[in-house]
Design a protein around this ligand. Sequence first.
Ligand code: PMV
Length: 363
Amino acid sequence: MEKNKKQPGSDRDAGTICWRSPSNIALVKYWGKRKGQIPANPSISITLNSSVTRTCLKYARSLPGRGALKRFSFGGAENAGFAQRVGKYLDSVGDLYPFLGDYDLEITSSNSFPHSSGIASSASAMSALALCLTSMERNVSGSPSEDESFYRKASYAARMGSGSASRSVYPGYVLWGRLPAVTWSADEFAVPLNDNIHDDLREMGDAILLVDESPKKVSSSRGHALMEDNPWSRVRYEQAGSNSVRLIDVLAAGDIDEFIRITEQEALTLHSLMMNSGGGYILMKPGTLEIIERVRRFREETGVPAAFTLDAGPNVHLIYPVSFRESVIGFIKEELLQFCPGGKWIDDASGKGPLQADDETSK
Ligand code: PMV
């Protein structure tokens, strides 16, 4: 994790802060929530490396209580839809960052990957913004001064924008949601899990196979809401709890077979919950199922430990220990890219977490 470099108080009246924050892929899925962005169950993810959002926050002191978001641009162009969403988010975190009302803000943001393509763009976007706000707080008030409370606050604030974003402020494996077995775990913020990970599972590749890049038919917020009336929700929340406990043991033991079993069961469960929510909806495409079948066959025939997982969309994430990279990439090129229009995929991997990058402008 990158240290926040600025000295407290050095940019009290005006300044610019930039963070580059990655997306993450959940192994145990968060699906269903309670009021106040409290997750219905714990979730565990891997923070990625190259699927990132770069966000810069420029602030200048205004008259007390008269500050406002003056401009929001995404990918180099002003974006009214996103600006409205960010404006609402800033209002919702006003209690967390009480100084915000005294400053005019300009935010520029861009992604290294297509947004709404089934890659969790809200996770990278909201974590980048929350990190910028927490850095701004440190600049204008000197607090939070300790890195531990800095990241905890950023995770808490990121969660208010998008639950999965709470996990993106930490590198490696990250847990969000209260799990009695993990001392500091909480529903309000995520915690890193990297102290006890077996070497074989430490560095993971994530090949994101872009089966369909069109925007999702059913948003994640709608999907979470539909869980309230899902007849299987209680059982599902219990399953996610026990899968989380089990996965933590599996990560420590380096038990790759169990890792694969839990990861794939979670992906299929997520989509079966969608098929069983409301009137039922299907986000997978024929190419998704083709890839799943081929991944399982490839594993059986070669013994290469690659697991598929899915987010709330049709694209497939292929997760594998990086030591198997060569055979996995060969397999992707030979067998899987035929299901990705234009042969498009993202060659990603577990990463080092967000990076403060004030010297870099967001284009
Ligand atoms: O963070 P949200 O509200 O976009 O929900 C994300 C839900 C999943 O991506 C499907 C699962 C997860 O835990 O990331």
